[in-house]
Design a protein around this ligand. Sequence first.
Ligand code: B12
Length: 369
Amino acid sequence: MLKVNLKKLKAYGDRLDDGIVQLSFTLPVSASPEAKEAARRYAEGLGLEKVSIPAMEPMGEGFAYFVAYGYAKHSIDFTKIRVPKVEIPQMDYSELKDYMARNIDRQIVVIGAATGADAHTVGIDAIMNMKGFGGDYGLERYPLMKAINLRSQLTNQQLIDKAAELSADAILISQVVTQRESHIKNLKEFRDLIKKDKRLPKELVTIIGGPRIDHALALKLGFDAGFGPGTKPSQVASFIVHEYMKRRGLREKQATVETQAQPASQRTEINAPALHSEKPRHEHHHAGKHHGDRPRGEERHTHKPRQAVHHAATVTPNKPPEALDQNTDTLPAAVPQKKRRRRGRRGGRRHRKRREKINAATNTPESGS
Ligand code: B12
């Protein structure tokens, strides 16, 4: 193991502490030997030594893209670095669902959108949509969450009005476009507007997310949390639930003995390691109703016993009928059997008709009729 000097941390290239870095940039001139030399000098100007330009690519008329390689003397003291992080207990979908059933007596209302001119919906969809992201179900899936995804290009005022109308407990804002710091301007405007708005409760949780968002930026801009690339929905859900309870002074209730003593077919796996313990079988779905039952990005598992469908249904007593309809956790397992029976009857009738035809043709009387 290398002995790294954390007080004088340098980039690692070929060997420890050589300070070799690689960077890429675009210059607004066409690719040419002069452009390459300009790139080399430019990188030297940034503090790199012994610079080489291993790659230069034209980027349309009047632009060229470069990869520069050089040695940086600069070092940083790693021991002094402190970065604000969302520090709450992380629960997966299964754990959080049970936790909410034990501790919360109503649905938490969460609304989300990409605001301003931003048309990118994939990020907010990943967090909110039923399917989820990276093998993790989205907020719509939680029985005790009413998640309303308003998609994109809402003005800050529209989002605030909607939050007031729906008595939202949490607002989620996605900002993907960051050109000319548009996200910062937009988020600041949101903060200014919401500060003046008297309709929203003081317990309201405001969360931002996007590829260039982090928790430190969120706190700086006056939001409660910020989430960046690779965020899983359960991380956001954990934060919302944690804050919801904290702001209302709700104490955590422990799992009761009765819960543990339930028959295995009804028990929720409190310490279930992964989501697929909750996952209903794909085959159990009403055809065409859902676009798949597993979180986006997760492998299909078809070997799960049918019990998973039954026991999941036992922990969704507070879900309103329309939500139950959407929630594949709660679909009755009897549907495929019914279909099979009907197919069986039709098959029988067809078979009898065929026999009658043959009998008529051969003049054989139908036995037993
Ligand atoms: C798909 C895409 C589009 C699609 C969007 C379709 C849609 N319905 O969303 C279309 C084609 C419409 C599009 C348009 C544009 N795009 Co575009 N687009 C992309 C692309 C390729 C992928 C983005 C994406 O879907 N990522 C996947 C999601 C899952 O990742 P994510 O957004 O980071 O979300 C995760 C986290 O950030 C976080 N998160 C995100 N939001 C939130 C919110 C909350 C509350 C929380 C908790 C977490 C969270 O959780 C998510 C899951 O982990 C990126 C390039 C890239 N490879 O990233 C460019 C990119 C984002 N687009 C870009 C640009 C410039 C544009 C346009 C302006 C282009 C143009 N000149 O017209 C327009 C935008 C128009 C507008 N008004 O917004 C730039 C943005 C540059 C910048 N820094 O500002 C990028 C980076 C491409 C580039 N390299 O130039 N785009």
